[in-house]
Ligand binder design. Structure first.
Ligand code: HEM
Length: 314
């Protein structure tokens, strides 16, 4: 498949300097369908206009739909095959919870102003037909470090490999789309900072200062980069595109990671989550979870810009 011509949304972009993540719930009103479809039809132009006016700000926008919203707006007959409500994953100690979400927006730019501007235009258009479920303002922390101080995103695939990882290419009607899974994590920073740097490095599987991977002998089996390194039956590494961002509400002592994984098949992301929360061997869950609690978890389908426009006209 020629990924360049699919008009896919910005699902392979870098995490960026600033990101706004918004999850809305649909309200049951006579105007809901019309107003949401109006946004589907105009979203690409709203983003394009901002990009055209401020090319140096690396603006990108992604819009997606939860399973229930898809059924309500577009019907259940023709539906992306892996779009369903996320089923929670319960390990012995930690749970990947499932939380509600109908519409999703991921807005990125070098400055927060264009993210805010796009979000406010959308919010104006959706006024009265949606309720806010969650809104997180993420920022780039020094050299792309997660809240826990380690560089995040290093093993993300690039170029053709990134397209293959993030963009659907075996679903006829939905080729060019993507599955976005989001999770808001809160970190226990007192406990995390109570570990020595060497202990933290064993949790992540990389050196903290220079981001170099630990050797196989040094990495414990419950290190984050061991657990999330998964393969298919033929031994091929399965990849997704991650664009996580740190966020904080410092005075409330709230420190977090907004995890977002774009994938051509959600089953890859789900396998990673199962390895993290349950473990491939009993009890071998991801040690990072002892310092990080998932408080949300929602799956969205991300159509191409062409599909979005067609949905707007449907
Ligand atoms: C690797 C942070 C959640 C999948 C990493 C790395 C860091 C990190 C620092 C090492 C550098 C890199 O390769 O990017 C975090 C934090 C999370 C989180 C702070 C939330 C608390 C997740 C989740 C998934 C995931 C939920 C999957 C569903 C991966 C993968 C890698 C990775 C696939 C690369 C592993 C490899 O080396 O092959 N993460 N992560 N992460 N993470 Fe996460």
């Amino acid at each position: 498949m020629d990924f360049q011509t699919t008009h896919h949304q910005a699902v392979t972009d870098k995490p960026g300097e600033n990101a706004l993540f918004i999850v809305y719930g649909l309200l049951d009103t006579p105007n809901t369908e019309d107003k949401v479809k109006e946004v589907c039809g105009s979203f690409s132009a709203i983003v394009r206009s901002m990009k055209g006016r401020y090319p140096e700000l690396e603006i990108s926008g992604v819009m997606g739909f939860g399973s229930d919203a898809w059924d309500t707006l577009f019907g259940e007959e023709e539906k992306p095959k892996e779009l369903s409500t996320f089923q929670e994953i319960k390990g012995d100690k930690h749970t990947a919870v499932s939380t509600k979400g109908d519409l999703f927006f991921h807005l990125r730019a070098k400055k927060m102003a264009p993210c805010f501007e796009i979000a406010s235009i959308i919010s104006q258009k959706l006024q009265g037909v949606v309720e806010s479920i969650d809104e997180v303002h993420g920022f780039r922390y020094f050299e792309g470090r997660a809240m826990i101080g380690f560089v995040d995103g290093t093993e993300n695939p690039e170029d053709q490999e990134a397209y293959e990882a993030a963009i659907i290419h075996d679903e006829e009607a939905f080729n060019g789309g993507s599955y976005a899974f989001v999770q808001k994590y809160l970190h226990d920073m007192n406990q995390w900072n109570g570990l020595s740097t060497e202990e933290q490095e064993k949790v992540i599987g990389r050196r903290k200062f220079n981001d170099v991977e630990l050797s196989d002998d040094e990495k414990p089996s419950n290190a984050h980069n061991v657990v999330t390194n998964i393969e298919d039956e033929e031994g091929n590494e399965l990849k997704i595109i991650r664009a996580n961002m740190p966020f904080a509400n410092v005075s409330k002592h709230e420190f977090g990671t907004y995890f977002i994984g774009y994938a051509s098949t959600f089953s890859t992301t789900r396998k990673m989550l199962e390895a993290m929360f349950i473990g491939t061997e009993e009890g071998n869950y991801d040690r990072l979870l002892d310092f990080s609690t998932a408080v949300t978890g929602t799956l969205f389908f991300i159509p191409t810009f062409d599909m979005l426009e067609a949905l707007g006209e449907a």
